[in-house]
Design a protein around this ligand. Structure first.
Ligand code: CFM
Ligand code: HCA
Length: 533
């Protein structure tokens, strides 16, 4: 693998190679100390990155899947269009009378005139128009690059409109260039939702075991499958941030007794702030993979420490697993030993390794587009992460315990008991510890390196997004989109695992890929063989 890294870097100018080397790592043997992973730094100009922008992370990712807030993009129409349901997050209203604005793309459609004379008037007009047409509970404004460049004050407009219309109106300074990737957009989104919405309404959903599901965005219906399982277990999901969510779910989320975090990268901020302000502890969970789902359910049951819940969770697992095992074993007979590469976002490159393991497939290389060091190495490295100018750009909220609603959910004795049982709060071990020895970890992979990696390591499947899909498939390697799932999904929970096994089986065992010739197959001088030890 060390030679492989040299191979990947040798075409680069020296300075570029030196920078990229910090973001490429060979997983060392178990127990050996993990070197620092370079992450959350600017992409080198000229490199074709897989990343997206801060606006995409705020508007598209975090607020995109929520249905009854009118989300207005203040900017050119392309930004609004790009972030409009392109991630295939689904939603179901509870009754026909409930609002669902997700099929709409609201935008101020900024043009040259607005850039020269300012866009605030147009923004006010758009907010009024949206209000008159839809009478929503809330309106959110999202800033695109030109907004920050010309200095439109979206927050002043929001305050004025809130006063005038009597509904909640708030803005996001999530200009595309604000951070080094979409990750900055998550943080900006989390801050504003926390400041303007969380804790603003009294309890609506009651139940004995109440949780929030943080960092689950209902791509391909994943959230529906998790809700089905929770329902069966008798666990009440007060709010989901933000798959299939509503304004009232966010507003009442402080009434849950446990925060469970799926995508650590995008939402650990909300989990932390809710703990400080309301005393709600958080745990990391993962519902990608049948075994991981069972483990996460057991962890939730352990937290609530109720024999009734534990019994029910065990009964659900016992009921769901036989079908999963049957398909797992059957598919495994055809997928065992095949290899995968995963280069996705800030959490799925890790989570999906579980599903591949379940059908005997090995992840030989993986990486995130925009995760931070803690997502690679584990949360224990957070105190050592250098805060650079790009991160300092993003507001860090000071959060105090709420005088009205702060309520530690567990007594000291209860915490001690959990601790003795080995129960860990606020823990995320990161992707690298779960990876096989000698696998290759690469942050912010780019087009050039992707092609090179495929040429050398020839995986049986490559997982990434739409920008990578066709260039990879032209190399004769099937590409599974793990952002929008192509047309598949859900992949979460028990039923999702079954769907995934079937889809991967079809892809890695299809003959069609062998008919495609990659450039190095036509010109053997481009060929190389990678030997896995
Ligand atoms: Fe979290 Fe996500 Fe992801 Fe993400 Fe994303 Fe996404 Fe993703 Mo695309 S919040 S980090 S910014 S799990 S949109 S639903 S699929 S890159 S791995
Ligand atoms: C985003 C959204 C995205 C893009 C996916 C892709 C998503 O980053 O703005 O490149 O295919 O999941 O839709 O991550």
């Amino acid at each position: 693998p060390a030679d492989l890294v040299q191979d990947l870097l040798k075409k680069y100018p020296t300075k570029v190679a030196r920078k990229r080397a910090k973001q490429i790592m060979v997983k060392e043997a178990e127990g050996a100390s993990t070197p620092e992973m370079g992450a959350n730094v600017r992409t080198i100009p000229g490199i074709i990155t897989m990343r997206g922008c801060t606006y995409a992370g705020c508007k598209g990712v975090i607020l995109g899947p929520t249905r009854d807030i009118v989300n207005i993009t203040h900017g050119p129409i392309g930004c609004g269009f790009y972030s409009w349901l392109t991630r295939r997050n689904q939603t179901h209203t509870e009754t026909d009378a409930d609002e669902n604005f997700m099929p709409y793309a609201f935008s101020t459609d900024m043009n040259e005139n607005d850039i020269v004379f300012g866009g605030e008037k147009k923004l006010k007009q758009a907010i009024k128009e949206a209000y008159e047409l839809f009478h929503p509970k809330a309106i959110a404004i999202f800033s695109t690059c030109p907004v920050g460049l010309i200095g439109d004050d979206v927050h002043a407009v929001a305050r004025e409109m809130k006063e005038e219309l009597g509904i909640n109106v708030f803005g996001f300074s999530c200009e595309g260039y604000k951070g080094v990737s979409q990750s900055a957009g998550h943080h900006i989104a989390n801050n504003q939702i926390f400041k303007h919405v969380v804790g603003t309404k009294e309890e609506i959903k009651v139940g004995e075991f109440k949780i929030n599901l943080l960092g689950e965005y209902n791509i391909g219906g994943d959230g529906f499958e998790i809700d089905r399982i929770m329902d069966k277990c008798g666990i009440t999901v007060v709010s989901t941030f933000s798959g299939n969510s509503t304004y009232d779910q966010f507003a009442t989320s402080h009434t849950a007794d446990l925060n469970t975090v799926m995508c650590h990268r995008s939402i650990n901020y909300v989990a932390e702030m809710m703990e400080s302000k309301y005393g709600i502890p958080w745990i990391k969970v993962n519902f990608i993979g049948a075994e991981a789902t069972a483990k996460s359910l057991r962890k939730i049951a352990q937290y609530f420490d109720s024999p009734k819940l534990t019994e029910r969770v065990e009964a659900v697992i016992a009921e769901e697993m036989p079908e999963v095992r049957q398909v797992m074993d059957d598919v495994r007979s055809r997928t065992e030993g095949k290899t995968a590469m995963l280069f996705v976002g800030g959490s799925r490159a890790h989570h999906y390794q579980e599903l591949f393991n379940e059908i005997g497939m090995r992840t030989i290389s993986a990486g995130y587009e925009f995760a931070h060091r803690d997502d690679y190495e584990g949360r224990h490295v957070i105190p050592d992460i250098k805060i650079d100018a790009d991160s300092r750009n993003i507001e860090e909220l000071e959060v105090e315990p709420c005088t009205k609603d702060y309520n530690p959910r567990k007594t000291d004795e209860e915490l001690k008991k959990l601790d003795e049982e080995g129960f860990k709060f606020k823990e995320y071990a990161g992707m690298i510890p779960d990876m096989e020895n000698k696998s290759l970890v690469i942050d912010d992979l780019n087009q050039y390196e992707a092609e090179k990696l495929i040429e050398i390591m020839k995986p049986d499947i490559f997982c990434a997004g739409i920008k990578e899909k066709y260039s990879v498939q032209k190399l004769g390697i099937p590409l599974k989109q793990l952002h929008n799932y192509d047309i598949g999904g859900p992949y979460a929970g028990f039923k999702g695992a079954v769907n995934f096994y079937h889809d991967i089986d079809r892809m890695v065992n299809s003959k069609v890929w062998s008919y495609l010739k990659a450039p190095w197959q036509e010109k053997p001088e481009l060929s190389a063989t990678y030997v896995w030890e």
